[in-house]
Design a protein around this ligand. Structure first.
Ligand code: PBG
Length: 315
């Protein structure tokens, strides 16, 4: 009877698996703070995505770890960049069965670790991210990812005007069908720590992202950000992280009529794994409770490192 009247269900079709692919490695590399998640080689990525497709997962989102980094993050938009090469692989393997998403940002690709181009020397306290110069770079990345076969690009840098700039660049290049999943309400959270190890990203000079990510003391700002992204052409909007922001997910769901995604981020996954490994909580019970809560709050789409586990469990 509990099942009969349950208001919320978890379906593998709503999950997106975040995957890391690293250039220049021969074997997948474990990520210490994300047990069970690896930096893939191009070929192990192909195997993992085929396995996910067989389990019924409908979408993946790629993050690249390039061999070389520079001031603007060129490996993010060069055709030979690791994500562009991997997208071509995946289009050939599963392009008709799976939605292929690409994270669109430069923090994994810049030698200073910020999500945009800088207006001065890295590490200098007077240096800022140059918002508008960054938009030009984001446009190039979007076109490169779409050329390589991405169905969805997901800008995560929180630059003002990024969705509009990317939409214009995609349309001008003939990619009118490529959708934008905007990381619209992205908070300057401490929960991204394990991710930064996963992509070998550190901010030079020890800075932070508070100049472009949201303050977690604020809720209403999230709605402003989401509305701006939708007016610029976002097809889906995201709230990130998820569990500490269920109120934001619910408010966004009530305020908009586009699909709402939530990113259950690396630190949320890491806390669960660590407590479960110590025998302090029951992994499966808490994982299901957390994922269901994210859906209950209103997320249509969940990005989570638990995707493979969940899909295997329900297959
Ligand atoms: C930026 C980006 C980040 C994450 C996704 N995209 C890191 C950041 O903003 O510092 C974090 C995801 C996670 O913690 O799982 N490219």
């Amino acid at each position: 009877m509990r099942d009969l009247v349950a208001e919320t269900s978890l379906d593998v079709g709503h999950f997106v698996a975040p995957l890391f692919v690293r250039e220049g490695i021969e074997e997948p590399q474990a990520i210490a703070a994300l047990p069970g998640i690896v930096q893939h080689t191009r070929s192990s990525l192909r195997e993992e995505v085929k396995a996910l497709a067989d389990l019924g997962v409908g979408a993946v989102i790629l993050f690249g770890v390039p061999l070389s980094k520079d001031a603007v993050g060129s490996q993010a938009f060069l055709p030979a960049g690791i994500v562009q090469q991997s997208l071509r692989d995946l289009v050939a393997d599963v392009g008709d069965e799976m939605v292929l998403m690409a994270d669109l940002c430069v923090d994994e690709y810049t030698d200073h670790g910020h999500c945009g181009v800088l207006d001065g020397p890295a590490g200098d306290p007077h240096t800022s991210v140059d918002n508008d110069a960054t938009l030009e770079v984001y446009g190039r990345i979007a076109v490169a990812q779409a050329d390589a076969g991405a169905h969805v690009v997901a800008p995560s840098g929180m630059m003002d005007g990024q969705v509009g700039a990317i939409r214009a660049a995609l349309d001008a290049a003939g990619h009118k069908q490529v959708a934008i999943l905007a990381y619209s309400a992205k908070y300057a959270s401490g929960l991204y720590g394990p991710f930064r190890d996963a992509v070998d990203c550190a901010i030079v000079g020890g800075g932070d992202r508070k100049a472009y990510q949201q303050d977690w003391r604020n809720a209403r700002e999230a709605i402003v950000e989401v509305q701006a992204d939708i007016s610029e052409g976002a097809d889906m909007v995201m709230v990130k992280p998820a569990l500490a922001y269920l109120d934001i997910i619910a408010a966004v769901k009530a305020a908009v009529n586009v699909p709402v995604a939530a990113y259950h981020v690396s630190g949320e996954y890491a806390m669960l794994q660590a407590a479960a490994a110590n025998g302090w909580i029951d992994h499966d019970a808490v994982a299901l409770e957390h994922l269901t809560a994210i859906r209950r709050a209103g997320a249509d789409v969940i990005l989570s490192y638990l995707t493979h586990w969940f899909a295997a469990r329900t297959a």
